[in-house]
Design a protein around this ligand. Structure first.
Ligand SMILES: Cc1cc2nc3c(=O)[nH]c(=O)nc-3n(C[C@H](O)[C@H](O)[C@H](O)COP(=O)(O)OP(=O)(O)OC[C@H]3O[C@@H](n4cnc5c(N)ncnc54)[C@H](O)[C@@H]3O)c2cc1C
Ligand code: FES
Length: 349
């Protein structure tokens, strides 16, 4: 444990204590303050904030794409990488009054693998059950960090299920990369009955309460997981807001959970599922939408004023959607997203 310092967040006027050994984001989370964040690894810029008072801040490794040098010199910082060495006042640039006080306690847990079936050629549906503790509270759309055995590394994976499943069951959709540290381990070494360590919940990709607003979900690849969790939770809670889920895949073999999504159209009469293929083969006999999912969205929607948008998946898809949605009328503050950044090699210090 290091020395502790007071960190005050403006304009919300919330104060926390941060130990020098932990990041400001982590300290806030442990004190039930949910600040905006995505990757927690200095890659996505969701947690970017501005130092109003105090400048004795050390940053762990981050990407200069998330925080270019000129911004750092101006006083911007990444809360997921920042350690405070004196009292600080920080201006939050991106915060959500509805969420900030709703933080759930972060817990470490042991889970046991139940199954890890393929749902496509490169997506696995990992099901685990909580062993200790037997329960873990989270909001639909949030994620857990999985420790990779034998390393000091973790990887983030979003829950696809809704909270409170019998037997402490948690579901994930995980993309397998041939050289991926976690995903290769999952693909080649994990068997039912194995135990894994997780911590969480993290993330702010949760359904905001806005009963009158239409919903647009945009997803690709494993971005299916948190969106499925949000949709399943809407079905469970009977939230029948007008909602459309645009899901992008390359070919038919990349689509998953089709039956369930079609069934959700029955349960939620105002919900529509629009899968689109960017590279359909002849064997696909596809008569649905084609093209990149953001192009399909552009062609299908001309006025999304007043809507809430939820975007999740690979970073290029998320970037394209973040650029497009405001042009279609969605207020920037009403676009919620999780960028599935990979850990890779950050190019920062
Ligand atoms: C908030 C958040 C939530 C996430 N939720 C999920 C989820 O629900 N499901 C899921 O599958 N993933 C999710 N991810 C991504 C996940 O955490 C891992 O980064 C990803 O699975 C890769 O981990 P890995 O250990 O298998 O590969 P790594 O060891 O990180 O990568 C190994 C190699 O694979 C390459 N590689 C990795 N990713 C890519 C890529 N996207 N494109 C091209 N090459 C790549 C790298 O360049 C590297 O050479 C999430 C990420 C974040 C930040
Ligand atoms: S850069 Fe801090 S959460 Fe992604």
């Amino acid at each position: 444990m290091g020395e502790k310092h007071l960190v005050r967040f403006e304009p919300v006027g919330i104060e926390i204590e941060a130990d020098e050994d932990q990041t400001v984001l982590r300290a806030a989370a442990e004190q039930g303050v949910l600040l905006m964040h995505g990757c927690k690894e200095g890659q996505c810029a969701s947690c970017k904030s501005f130092l109003l008072e105090g400048d004795d801040v050390e940053l762990d490794r981050y990407s200069t794409f998330a925080l270019p040098d000129y911004e750092k010199e101006e006083g911007f910082t990444l809360l997921c990488r920042a350690h405070a060495y004196e009292d600080l006042t920080i201006e939050l640039l991106n915060y959500d009054e509805e969420m900030i006080r709703s933080g759930l306690p972060i817990v470490r847990a042991v889970v046991e693998v139940v199954s890890a079936e393929h749902v496509t050629h490169d997506l696995r549906h990992l099901i685990v059950r909580l062993v200790e503790p037997a329960e873990l509270k989270f909001f639909p759309g949030q994620y857990l960090d999985f420790a990779i055995p034998g390393t000091a590394e973790t990887r983030s994976f979003s829950m696809a299920n809704v909270p409170g499943r019998a037997g402490g069951r948690l579901e994930f959709v995980i993309k397998i990369y041939p050289d991926g540290l976690f995903s290769r381990f999952l693909d080649t070494q994990v068997h039912p009955g194995d135990r894994l360590e997780v911590s969480g919940p993290f993330g702010a990709f949760t359904l905001r309460d806005a009963p009158g607003a239409d919903l647009v979900f945009v997803g690709g690849g494993a971005g299916m997981a948190p969106i499925l969790s949000l949709l399943r939770s809407m079905a469970e809670r009977g939230i029948d807001r007008k909602a459309t889920f645009y899901y992008g895949a390359r070919a038919r073999r990349d689509l998953c959970f089709e039956q369930e999504l079609r069934a959700l159209e029955e349960t939620l009469p105002s919900f529509r599922y629009v899968p689109a293929l960017s590279e359909p083969g002849e064997e696909d006999e596809w008569d649905g939408a084609t093209g990149l999912i953001t192009d399909v969205l552009r062609r299908s929607e001309s006025d999304l004023a007043g809507a809430d948008a939820y975007v999740c998946g690979p970073p290029p898809m998320v970037e394209a959607a973040l650029d497009l949605l405001p042009k279609l009328g969605v207020a920037e503050k009403r676009v919620f997203y999780d960028k599935f950044t990979t850990t890779g090699e950050p190019d920062g210090p």
